[in-house]
Design a protein around this ligand. Sequence first.
Ligand code: GLU
Length: 366
Amino acid sequence: MHQRIVVKLGTSVLTGGTPHLDRAHMVELVRQCAGLHRQGRDVILCTSGAIAAGRERLGFPDLPATVAAKQMLAAVGQSRLMLVWERLFEIYGLHVAQMLLTRADVMDRHRFLNARDALLTLLEHRIVPIINENDAVATAEIKVGDNDNLSALVALLAEADLLILLTDQPGLFTADPRTDPAAELIPEVETIDERLHALAGSSVTGLGVGGMTTKLQAADIARRAGADVVIAAGHAPDVIARLAAGEAVGTRFPALETPLDSRKRWIFAGPSLRGRLVVDAGAARALRDAGSSLLPAGIHAVEGDFERGDTVLILGPERDEVGRGIARYDRADLERIKGYRSEQIEARLGYAYGPVAIHRNDLILV
Ligand code: GLU
């Protein structure tokens, strides 16, 4: 049985496709969450709808399509949204807490641990964390951008064992159900591959940001972190309660059997990847098959800009992603030691941080 459950509610679920927050449906969702809470389980809500609530509150103003206007709507709407959640959870005698995150809060190891501690402390005190992106301050660089990916980061932070992505579709289909009558619901997905990504296309629902593509990305992150993931319809009767009881609803992505350990989860989840190391075939093989660290000798090209300690992408000779990891040298250093044996690092740079470019413990294969 799942003990710690992240429920992600898309804007389409909260508004029912209208321009207004559907409070009647929100009560219904809270009732189900309260039921899980009563069973002794931990519930975390990841809520969208701030921008929609802001629009509603201001009477649907005509605004320029600027980032600042959206941030204004989010700032107005977030407190409205929170007020509604707070009142609804109060009906069931439950305390809630607001946490607004951006990618910056998981990029830096200290902030990651800090956010995790805050989240775990709330759960320990049986308070329901209600999370959204901090849209009012999130710039392009630190924005997660959609609440699907945000909810996956939350699942990872909270070490959740179930992530429920509620949307306006019953799940993932073999084709677009709006145009293809032969489309069938896929009940379970073992591997998230190119074919599936193509299937998900870039379907976007009315008011929200994410479509199926961001849901697949979210599923991929969360299952590597050890959580089962389900995409299901937010308006299906008792959907949260039924999923938590183990019923097969929607499309399920079982957790990977050997989830990444905590540090590796962070590498996988966190940083936006500003750098790329292209490695030769021998190095790619050593990483994949022999569990080796990445040595400067195996690096063929260094791309992008990054500092020592940043997470970088590792690409094979065909530019296929081999993995990602934390660079022990910055871009300029690697540029000078790539292709050289580790004993030569000090002579080339005048200093050395050790023989490896990326240590095995700081590296995950994809
Ligand atoms: N954070 C946005 C909001 O609350 C929603 C993002 C999304 O729908 O994925 O309005």
